[in-house]
Write a protein that binds this ligand. Structure first.
Ligand code: DHB
Length: 285
């Protein structure tokens, strides 16, 4: 899959991602109402990655209902990423997106850039459980809960999501970070802090997957700095059963999905694996 947020969310771009080898697409995070997001600059390239504070700009879940239908009509499996500012809002948005015909929901419990009522959601196991349970109450769809790596103990948060009824954990979202312009002597992003993504965070993401796999009995989706087929294999060996690729699309183009798929396949041939599931978690044994 693509990671939520990259390349925006127009149906035609998501369709291209699917046609390029992704097994499903993930929308940019949708909220209860239209949001403009943060003022510019919202993105800066840094060593081995990108730093962004978009501020969750989106047209609102209701507006996106038709886009989801359009994608479904084109035969594309759609994971709708979403967020809310309160437990109630999370539940309402989940309901709207389910009615739209999404195949699954990805609960963004971890945007680093929005400090509202649930600003500390990512780091609070009780809130993660509460929000997940409220969402599961409103939908029959599988719910993936996407966690932040910027927490003391990701195992506890993952467990809380599982208790709340999560069907899978996506590990992980971006890492909160800062870049400073030495000439202006100011932070580059208007929001000051942003979410770091790309190869810079791959070892962190891999450690998070490793920990979450040990903590829960539901599938884990790996995300964070995956660029090559070898990266993908690392996450699978750590125990991930599906993967999301985001920043690499910006650095390597849309062909990255096919390149990763092809390299996983050649790695499997070279090493005598017939099915992905034979490799899942092997490094933990
Ligand atoms: C934004 C949201 C995220 O979940 C993230 O990891 C980075 C940025 C945002 O829209 O600001």
């Amino acid at each position: 899959m693509n990671a939520a947020g990259v390349l925006g969310m127009s149906p035609s771009i998501l369709k291209r991602i699917y046609d390029s080898g992704a097994g499903a697409v993930v929308t940019k995070s949708l909220g209860p109402k239209p949001r403009k997001g943060h003022p510019n600059p919202t993105f800066v390239r840094v060593e081995a990655g990108g730093l962004n504070a978009m501020g969750l700009p989106n047209p609102g879940a209701e507006y996106f209902v038709d886009e989801i239908k359009e994608l479904k009509n084109m035969g594309v499996p759609v994971i709708a990423s979403f967020f809310g500012g309160s437990v109630q809002e999370f539940a309402e948005v989940a309901y709207t997106l389910s009615r739209a015909g999404a195949d699954a929901l990805e609960l963004n419990a971890s945007c680093p850039n929005v400090a509202e009522e649930l600003g500390m959601l990512a780091a609070d196991a009780n809130n993660v459980e509460k929000v997940t349970a409220a969402v599961k109450d409103q939908t029959k769809l599988p719910v993936f809960v996407k966690l932040s790596p910027s927490v003391t103990n990701i195992k506890i948060i993952a467990k809380a999501a599982e208790w709340g009824g999560a069907d899978a954990i996506t590990a992980v979202n971006t890492v909160k970070a800062i870049a400073i312009d030495v000439n202006m002597r100011r932070p580059i992003l208007a929001n000051v802090t942003g979410g770091l993504s790309g190869p810079a965070i791959k070892p962190i993401a891999l450690r998070c997957v490793w920990d979450v796999v040990q903590a829960v009995n539901i599938p884990v989706i790996g995300c964070g700095g995956i660029t090559t087929g070898e990266d993908a294999v690392e996450f699978i060996l750590a125990g991930a059963t599906a993967l999301e690729v985001g920043t690499a699309v910006m650095t390597h183009g849309i062909g990255v999905y096919k390149d990763i798929n092809d390299r996983i396949a050649s790695y499997m041939t070279e090493n005598g694996f017939k099915e992905i599931k034979e490799m899942v978690g092997l490094a933990q044994e």
